[in-house]
Design a protein around this ligand. Structure first.
Ligand code: BG6
Length: 462
């Protein structure tokens, strides 16, 4: 049976704003994520002097990265996905020159990874942008932001061209329709017209980053990043099947533009029926023709779609609220666990795009208990990851081309959805609680040894 290829990229995935801390060190500017310290559902609270949040210091990766990279190397990581905080490079977003201290930090980080042959997989923007661009230009609501992003992308491509060969543009780009401030920096309650115009600007910027990456680092690969929001029809009634088609199109739209380089025809109907008239220039159309080299996505859960939503309760999800599948169990946070869904999604995306795929987030958020002897028996996490990886192996046997797998939060970090520490994903425990108390000491969980074995055997130990 076909299985994990010899050069399969095993590793972990995280984001600057959830691990680094040092939110205002070395010239870093305020980002949108710095303002969301009550979590995405808590809304945006403009910070004033004296306000603090667990993300301000997070797990102090900014200072402690050498020991963390060493632990990732001990597990055998081939790749580590993290992001560059845009505000470390351009603190307000529109400076003429980049901030050298910010650039130097990522030089050191990538050099540390190179010591252990860990490839960086770098997201240009993971749920953050300079707040300066929000104040001046209404975030992605303005066309001006495109040029500032392109300049930032060109700066980091030029600086790290010898160190980083795998890039992603925007994290979970489809999230903008559910959380516009997080995705496109729009405050208040923007209309659909405003949201899709901002999304259009971001899609153009993403394509211009692809173009720049191809020009500056010809041997690099650059991908998009989608939240894989797989929806099943609630029943086999044709109306439910149609509804699931529409719900899946809500997020596949982004992938279609980034992979095919044009807007899908069916989106025209959606825009007409919702009175959305986008301003799209000829230059925009040319820009969009720069398409990604691979498709990456996150996968945590699936959901159902129905034409009669009032008949069912919705469940807690990350940012999107879902109609639960009665056949599945859920995590402590209400996320429905569906390993087979990952095989289905991999096959669907491969059939649709015929581009190499990369699973860049997957994992279980759970509470861990540190035993009196310091051990952490996270068998539930091992079970979750094992079940999903078995389905990944099936998908590879089905013929899907897959570059790698980076589980979410290989070291405990601050959650994006709820700004908690106690919702843990890591193979490595960090001593810190929701109140910000703790020594920040790192401890290996049982899953650490399990994942090490999986990587060492290239998946054979599953
Ligand atoms: C993804 C995000 O949606 O889910 C991550 O890209 C996030 O940033 C992850 O951390 C898990 O969600 P949460 O809310 O548990 O942190």
């Amino acid at each position: 049976m076909k299985t994990f290829p010899a050069d399969f990229l095993w590793g972990g995935s995280m984001a600057a704003n959830q691990v680094e801390g040092a939110w205002n060190h070395d010239g870093k500017g305020v980002s949108t994520s710095d303002l969301q310290f009550k979590g995405l559902h808590g809304g945006v609270t403009p910070r004033s002097a004296g306000d603090s949040c667990i993300k301000d210091t997070a797990i102090d990766f900014y200072h402690q990265y050498p020991q963390d990279i060493k632990l990732f190397a001990e597990m055998g990581f081939k790749v580590l996905r993290t992001s560059i905080a845009w505000t470390r490079i351009y603190p307000q977003g529109d400076e003429a020159e980049p901030n050298e201290a910010g650039l130097a930090f990522y030089d050191q980080l990538f050099d540390e990874m190179a010591k252990y042959n860990i490839q960086p997989l770098i997201t240009l923007s993971h749920y953050e942008m300079p707040y300066g661009l929000v104040e001046k230009y209404n975030g992605w609501g303005s066309r001006n932001t495109i040029a500032h992003f392109e300049k930032y992308a060109r700066t980091v491509f030029s600086r790290y061209k010898d160190k980083v060969k795998y890039w992603l543009t925007f994290n979970e780009i489809n999230m903008a329709i559910h959380s516009p401030f997080t995705g496109v920096g729009l405050s208040g309650e923007p209309s659909k017209q405003e949201i899709y115009q901002a999304i259009h600007h971001q899609l153009v910027a993403s394509a211009l980053a692809v173009k720049a990456c191809h020009e500056i680092i010809p041997d690099a690969k650059i991908g998009n990043m989608l939240l894989g929001a797989l929806r099943y029809p609630m029943t086999c009634q044709p109306k439910d099947v149609l509804e699931s088609l529409q719900k899946n199109r809500e997020w596949l739209f982004f992938g279609d533009v980034q992979v095919r380089g044009t807007y899908p025809a069916w989106m025209g109907r959606y825009f007409r029926e919702n009175n959305i008239e986008l301003q799209i220039s000829d230059d925009d159309l040319t820009a969009l023709s720069h398409t990604v080299d691979f498709v990456s996505f996150s996968y945590y859960m699936s959901g159902c779609a129905t034409f009669e939503p009032e008949k069912y309760l919705t469940s807690r999800g990350n940012i999107i609220r879902l109609i639960p599948n009665p056949n599945l169990k859920a995590s402590e946070w209400g996320w429905q666990i569906d390993p087979e869904g990952l095989r289905i999604l991999l096959n669907d995306l491969w059939d649709r795009y015929q581009k190499p795929l990369f699973i860049v987030e997957n994992g279980l958020g759970a509470r861990d208990v540190v035993e009196s002897d310091g051990t952490i028996n996270d068998s539930y996490r091992i079970d979750y990851l094992r079940q999903h990886l078995l389905q990944v192996r099936e998908a590879i046997a089905d013929g899907v081309e897959l570059l790698g797998y980076t589980s979410w939060g290989p070291i405990d970090l601050v959650s994006a959805g709820t700004a908690q520490m106690e919702k843990r994903y890591g193979f490595i425990h960090v001593d810190r609680d929701d109140q910000g108390q703790g020594s920040l000491v790192r401890r290996r969980k049982n899953s650490f040894w399990w994942y090490q074995d999986i990587i060492r055997s290239n998946g054979a130990a599953l």
